[in-house]
Design a protein around this ligand. Sequence first.
Ligand code: SAH
Ligand code: SF4
Ligand code: F3S
Length: 470
Amino acid sequence: MLDQVTKVHDETRQGEAYGPEATETQTYTKKFYIESYGCQMNFNDSEIVASILKEDGFGPTRNVEDASLILLNTCSIREKAEVTVRKRLTEFRKLKQRNPELLVGVLGCMAERLKSKLIEEEKLVDMVVGPDAYRTLPALIEEAETGQKTVNVLLSREETYGDINPVRLDTNGVTAFVSIMRGCNNMCSFCVVPFTRGRERSRDMDSIIKEATDMFNRGYREVTLLGQNVDSYYWVSEDITVTFANLLEKVAQISPLLRVRFSTSHPKDITDEVLFVIAKYENICNYIHLPVQSGSTRILQLMNRTYTREWYMKKIERIREILPDCALSTDVITGFCTETEEDHQETLSMMDYVKYDLAYMFFYSERPGTLAARRYQDDIPEDVKRRRLAEVVELHRGHSLLSMQKDVGKTFKVLIEGTSKRSEDHLFGRTDHNKVVIFPKEDHKKGEYVWVKVEDCTAGTLLGTSTGKA
Ligand code: SAH
Ligand code: SF4
Ligand code: F3S
């Protein structure tokens, strides 16, 4: 059902495919299978887990039947995310009956939220491991192998896994994600993340630059810097203080051939300094994900977003002033506690004002333990939440089509990510604005930059022809 609309985004992603780095020549006696849910940060965590397990002699497998260890890296952001994982766990029950030695572990945000309750509720789960406890996985596995149920959900104020080189799972060899911070201090009232991920902490800048440089040297051409709130990145060492603007600039300086993206920006924290850095470097993409959540100041206050409708609009104006050609995307929640039709109309008019290129839209799902769950009543009936969501989705559909159509006739620099799913003779890549472009292959290859003249579009894709290497 329509409880969210996503394109490439996180919450519906379910990955278990492995790229060449993960299935390299080395042979392993023990195999693990991992499935990831939720945001890009959680997918990146699975790559850290893969690296820790590799050191412990475990190799990854795509085939769940081959695994002696099954891991689900879970998400708690909305109820539906948790329901999906529960279903998946029942599917694993049969495997466990056939092979009692098989270990099943739940990682990530659901592990953190439910802790040992998860072992009581889901009898087949052997291990529950929270997002800051992955270094203890080898010890927990050893203990679980003796038949003990194990739980480690300690959150940390320091852990950033900065020294761990992630094993890239499901990679195209061109684009990759690099986490620059963990946790969140924001306490948006609807959100479970501060509880499942703990306090915000920034990763050591040198380790970020090293990881991105290594990736570039191995042929990667795009990094996305990840954090729940990247603009509050802050790293202090002996003699330097590094803000997000400084970090962004450093990453951009690795090479003009390395594209840089980042996500997510909280409207209250994105600074002019960051916007000027984006303007200064051609290789920092003109694309900002700036979740608005609601267009009503009253609702924004209840959500504890700390900005008003007018303040957000001014921020948009400022972005357009400094970066006239910047694509914008957003997240919207419909049917938050006490939301009236007028509040909802304000969300619609906000969307009309910005005309987002891309939007991720959800209806409100109450999460136990959050500020909103404790303070406010989840009083909007589900059919109303869904109807409002449908209206938001419908309005956005028009905006996104407009955004695609205005690119027809223009020429864009495209980073090639691979062969088009629909045709061996076509390649696909992305523009600076993060739009997918499909064009005839000719003699172009993955990882190269080409100029593509856009001739046509569908709702989600640009279609064109290459006019030469960029
Ligand atoms: N840190 C990011 C987003 C994290 S979660 C940020 O601040 O923008 C991704 C999106 O999920 C949120 O932006 C919000 O729109 C949505 N979301 C979070 N909690 C939700 C809930 N309880 N119900 C519905 N949607 C929710
Ligand atoms: Fe959740 Fe708000 Fe933090 Fe984003 S900024 S993770 S929505 S608390
Ligand atoms: Fe989900 Fe946790 Fe990410 S709740 S969205 S996996 S931080």
